[in-house]
Write a protein of this length. Structure first.
Ligand SMILES: CC(C)(COP(=O)(O)OP(=O)(O)OC[C@H]1O[C@@H](n2cnc3c(N)ncnc32)[C@H](O)[C@@H]1OP(=O)(O)O)[C@@H](O)C(=O)NCCC(=O)NCCS
Length: 184
């Protein structure tokens, strides 16, 4: 499926564009954001190359992931949310926002839109998320979304020069539907 555009009350999920480069540096170029992600802070040159690859990958068939920009009401990129597709109708959720927009509920909105897309449009059965043990906001967010903790993945990622554990969470389709009381 391409292109994807999902509108929420305050933010929208949309495909990346080449002119998102400067705005995306407030996310991937900020060490305070990337310290709890699975990759290191990026230079502008690195990000320019990655962004071009991300834009091209979105149009590949079959699509390996849905990596989308989180855009505010001015259509400015303020973050990203991603579902990577795995086997047996599974997906892995990832997300990050620029620091100036933390604590406003935007991540809750963006991830809820992506999860609904994953279960309804992509027909996933299971969505998992691996987050850093020190990422309190992320753990709180996943709990609020109805995810269940599954355990600790030891030395799961090598980031910022060191191995780091992750906490694994998952949400199953029927749990999500029951929580929404739609039973469909
Ligand atoms: C994780 C992240 C996306 C959360 O974004 P956000 O927009 O601030 O989150 P929200 O405002 O939607 O809040 C979600 C929940 O986290 C809580 N929260 C937010 N910041 C928090 C913090 N610093 N400490 C503890 N809880 C926090 C909120 O209170 C809310 O819980 P509630 O609904 O029970 O009140 C953001 O902090 C971020 O981009 N971090 C860096 C990247 C990252 O860690 N990504 C996740 C990788 S697994």
């Amino acid at each position: 499926m391409f292109p994807i555009e999902i509108a929420g009350p305050r933010i929208a999920l949309r495909e990346f564009r080449i002119d998102d480069l400067d705005a995306s540096m407030a996310v991937v170029g900020d060490a305070a954001v990337t310290q709890t992600l699975s990759f290191d802070v990026r230079t502008r040159d690195d990000q320019a190359e990655r962004l071009s690859l991300d834009i091209a990958r979105a149009q590949s068939e079959p699509r390996p992931d849905y990596y989308l920009a989180v855009a505010n009401s001015n259509d400015t990129l303020i973050g990203f949310v991603r579902i990577g597709l795995g086997r047996d109708r599974s997906g892995e959720l990832g997300y990050a926002l620029r620091r100036e927009d933390w604590g406003k509920g935007y991540a809750a909105e963006a991830t809820a839109l992506m999860i609904a897309f994953g279960f309804d449009a992509l027909r996933l059965h299971r969505i998992q998320a691996a987050c850093g043990p020190d990422s309190r906001a992320s753990q709180r967010l996943l709990a609020r979304l109805g995810f269940t903790p599954e355990g600790r993945l030891r030395d799961h990622v090598f980031t910022n020069g060191a191995w780091r554990d992750s906490l694994l969470y998952s949400l199953l389709e029927h749990e999500w539907r029951e929580a929404r009381h739609d039973g469909s």
